[in-house]
Design a binder for this molecule. Structure first.
Ligand code: HAM
Length: 441
């Protein structure tokens, strides 16, 4: 028997209720703030991620799902990678489509699957979903503050904001970090052997990662190491102060976290994460920051940007823990049971008419007895059953049964639809107008 590959899972209908709900909230809050939806492809040229995220990050070094394409004509077969995140692809798209010609900043959001060949564990999967927000083209603390504000609105709508703390740091400019990395390397000269193997490697390839190492030995050593803060220039400090003032103005509290550096290389200045206030960093619900050098690294003109991504599975986990129920829109309103070929024919149009009016309707399917069709209606948890037997066809009547109350009444067939609409209430009908559907999946 086949099963889903390790680190992947089926999104079953019960969980789709949560996915749909989260998407709805994200779309709503993003639209209010002027964000437009973008979907970069699920795979890109591998170089997009290598360049943007950094060769020596875990995401690229260990977790990239690579795909080798076929040879196109004379050239070498291309190396692709499934997207481990959205930022790199969105920035590539910003350049490719000349979005610097648009009014700036360009605000974009995305929702979809990402792939990381990580070691699967709780909250860490090989295929997972992210919501992603990016603001490209302007650099100002008010932009960072507004982005964080939209995210808090989303988390608050999902009723999980009070389970999180917002961890904030400023990691300065690329030059500040370069000077700091040198100082950090100097500090560790002669101490390399006290570091666990993985961190010895990080010291060579990406020393900043030592700051948020989970290894006890590293954490003890880091306590006495020079601090990134000491290397920040005045402008970065001012930027951060102003951002904190703006957040304060918006009623957003945060926890200063000088150890927060994030695992992707493209960041500068502001970095932040939303942590589970009970368990801490291991399962951040989301994180982001400023990436003023990224567009240039990808071949565009120097263009600032800031963004955030949240893990959908982790948000759902929190919603369930907090007892938040996603609305279930898959309920069955009416089950239509019938007996005999004439009744069945009549039921087909009845089912179709009810569905068109926005009533979730099932039934009139098989040849089973009325009794077993009633049992089926029960199993589907239908609220009402309409029964049309041979006798009713002859009389032009139908039986309407309230499944919960266990009561039923007979009425003229032509009255059945208006009766069901009355029982359900017009406001509960599942209807749509095209206006609501354009641009949504
Ligand atoms: P990230 O911190 O790598 O940032 O991922 C953001 C969130 O995605 C994480 O906090 C977590 O909730 C979720 N996540 C990441 N990996 C996994 C996994 N293997 N399984 C389940 N959930 C996971 C980024 O991706 C940046 N692109 C964020 C950003 C946008 N920065 C600027 N713009």
């Amino acid at each position: 028997m086949f099963r889903t590959p390790k680190g992947t899972h089926d999104v079953l209908p019960e969980d789709h209720q949560y996915h749909t709900y989260i998407k709805k909230v994200v779309r709503h809050r993003c639209r209010q703030a002027g964000y437009k939806r973008i979907d970069p492809p699920m795979f890109e040229h591998k170089g997009v991620f290598q360049r943007a995220i950094g060769e020596h990050t875990d995401v690229v070094e260990k977790e990239l799902f690579t795909v080798t394409g076929k040879r196109d004509g004379e050239g070498e077969a291309r190396e692709f990678a499934l997207r481990p995140e959205f930022t790199a692809g969105i920035c590539r798209s910003y350049i490719e489509h000349g979005m610097q010609q648009l009014a700036q900043p360009v605000e974009l959001y995305s929702i979809g699957q990402c792939f990381r060949y990580d070691r699967p564990q709780k909250g860490r999967y090989r295929q997972f979903h992210q919501i992603d927000l990016e603001v490209i083209g302007l650099r100002d603390p008010s932009i960072d503050a507004q982005l964080i504000h939209v995210i808090t609105k989303i988390l608050s709508d999902l009723r999980i904001l009070d389970r999180m703390t917002l961890q904030m740091n400023n990691i300065g400019t690329a030059e500040n970090r370069k000077a700091y990395v040198e100082a950090l390397k100097d500090f560790f000269i002669g101490k390399e052997r006290q570091l666990p193997e993985d961190d010895q490697r990080r010291l060579k390839t990406n020393p900043l990662r030592l700051l948020d190492s989970k290894e006890e030995d590293t954490r003890i050593l880091i306590k006495n190491a020079p601090k990134l803060e000491q290397f920040l220039d005045d402008e970065s400090k001012k930027y951060h102060e102003t951002l904190l003032e703006y957040l304060d103005e918006l009623g957003i509290t945060s926890v200063p976290n000088p150890g927060l550096v994030r695992g992707l290389d493209y960041y500068c200045q502001t970095v932040f994460e939303f942590w589970d206030s009970s368990t801490g960093a291991q399962n951040a619900v989301g994180g982001g920051g400023r990436y003023d050098g990224l567009i240039e690294i990808l071949g565009g003109k120097p263009t600032p940007g800031v963004g955030y991504a949240g893990g959908v599975e982790r948000m759902i986990w929190h919603m369930k823990e907090a007892g938040v129920q996603a609305p279930n829109k898959d309920q069955v309103d009416v089950f239509v049971a019938q007996l005999g070929p004439e009744a069945k024919k009549k039921c087909l149009t009845l089912v179709s008419e009810l569905r068109d009016l926005g009533v979730h309707t099932l039934g009139a399917l098989g040849e089973a007895s009325l009794k077993s069709q009633m049992r089926l209606a029960d199993k589907f948890e239908a609220r009402y059953t309409l029964m049309l037997g041979k006798l009713e066809v002859k009389e032009g009547t139908i039986i309407v049964r309230d499944m919960k109350a266990g009561k039923q009444k007979q009425m003229a067939l032509k009255d059945a639809v208006p009766e069901i609409i009355k029982l359900l209430g017009k406001e509960n009908l599942d209807t749509y107008v095209m206006r609501d559907h354009v641009g949504e999946d």
